[in-house]
Design a protein around this ligand. Structure first.
Ligand SMILES: Nc1ncnc2c1ncn2[C@@H]1O[C@H](COP(=O)(O)OP(=O)(O)OP(=O)(O)O)[C@@H](O)[C@H]1O
Ligand SMILES: [Mg+2]
Length: 372
């Protein structure tokens, strides 16, 4: 089954949402309502169901469980449809002791086969503020395109943990064990670097095009990776790690490696971190995400479901009109929330859009619109 889009959703005991059925259209779904009514909670339920985690930090069952819940159990049930209109059910049951996912009624251990991308304004701020947020952004997105990357990262992080534990002990005591770890780490450093470089190389043309189309014709946007191993082969990386060993022992942790990489976004040739206004940072961030979505489609010949949580703040009228017309042209399912009346009116003009009003956790499907 390909190109899965969410068609129906029903939750029980999930935050403030009522246990009623919500229906989604295959194109643009506009989720409207005033602040604090449950719009983001609705996106969170879909994200959690699809990825087994929340987009909010440090959020699990205790935070998701409704404070008014009758029993300590959350159920999220849904129907997805593919491009031939075949239905498949996906549901999750969350309890204190653990969670289970069911696809077409069968228990599944792996992640559900649903790809979603979540976009929100706070992430744009974090992305520009911290290197670890940038790494997280790229790791998540490269990992969604490439299973091998995910497994390389898991193995690398595992070895890094072991290596740092040994380094934190008496200097020199575990040198042999560390040398053995480094043989494998050098390999992962090499392979992960290649994959990161490949990703930004592939993203580049999409990014340039989207940035121009979405926001402006007058600026350029480019990404570079800062990494000590670019241009080195596996042996040379191993050598460099050995040369740094004394310093690592002194510090008690691993100073070089892909865990210290960073990405620099150049806006008109200048580091966007030092140069961009908040609005420009948000535009840069959105362009990156839409470029990723484009790359995703190019690779899998299908789009992820795009969840957009109120991005209208800080974008001027011209920019969000462009965003709306871009969404209109795209052939993907979008769930976009807003508390902004003007943005809502702009979204309502889109043909065949679906409107869901959220009020005190109650989700009301407005008429399915066509040719408004
Ligand atoms: N575990 C929970 N149980 C019950 N209600 C909860 C729980 N967690 C959060 N809420 C409620 O959910 C509401 C927030 O919902 P949400 O973040 O979805 O609002 P929103 O519609 O996105 O608002 P905004 O426009 O401000 O972003 C708050 O009123 C909060 O009290
Ligand atoms: Mg919200």
């Amino acid at each position: 089954m390909e190109n899965l889009k969410i068609s129906r959703l029903q939750v029980q005991n999930f935050r403030n949402l009522y246990p009623q059925m919500v229906e989604f259209g295959p194109g643009i779904n506009c989720i409207v309502g005033k602040n604090g009514n449950g719009k983001t909670n609705l996106l969170e339920a879909i994200y959690f169901l699809s990825t087994k985690r929340s987009f909010r930090k440090k959020t699990g069952f205790p935070q998701l469980l409704s404070i008014d819940g009758e029993k300590p159990e959350i159920i999220i049930s849904s129907i997805f449809k593919d491009s031939e209109n075949n239905s498949i059910s996906l549901s999750a049951k969350l309890e204190n002791k653990g969670s289970s996912w069911f696809l077409a009624g069968k228990l599944i251990k792996r992640k559900p086969p649903i790809k979603v991308v979540f976009i929100n304004p706070f992430d744009s701020y974090n992305f520009h503020q911290s290197g670890s947020s940038r790494r997280y952004f790229f790791d998540t997105h490269i990992g969604q395109l490439d299973d091998v990357y995910r497994s390389l990262m898991a193995r690398y992080n595992n070895l890094l943990k072991q290596r740092n534990t040994l380094l934190s002990k008496k200097p020199g005591m575990y040198r042999e064990q560390i040398e053995a770890i480094d043989v494998n780490m050098a390999r992962y450093n090499f392979e992960i670097t290649q994959k990161r470089l490949e990703f930004i190389k592939n993203l580049g043309p999409h990014l340039g095009a989207i940035f121009k189309e979405l926001f402006s014709l007058d600026h350029s946007l480019e990404i570079t990776l800062t990494n000590k191993f670019i241009g080195l082969n596996q042996d040379q990386i191993y050598q460099l790690m050995r040369e740094n060993m004394a310093e690592d022992e002194r510090l008690g942790h691993s100073k070089i490696g892909i865990h210290r990489d960073d990405y620099i976004i150049f806006f008109d040739g200048i580091n966007s971190l030092d140069y961009c206004s908040l609005g420009q940072q948000k535009i840069t961030y959105l362009s990156l995400l839409f470029a990723y979505i484009d790359l995703f489609r190019y690779k899998f010949n299908t789009y992820p479901i795009v969840l957009i949580d109120d991005v209208s703040g800080e974008l001027d009228e011209m920019r969000w009109k462009r965003l709306v017309s871009y969404l209109k042209r795209g052939n993907f399912q979008v769930l976009i929330t807003t508390a902004n009346e003007n943005f809502k009116q702009e979204l309502e003009k889109i043909e065949d859009s679906t409107e869901i009003t959220v009020q005190g956790g109650l989700m009301i499907n407005q008429n399915l619109r066509s040719n408004v």
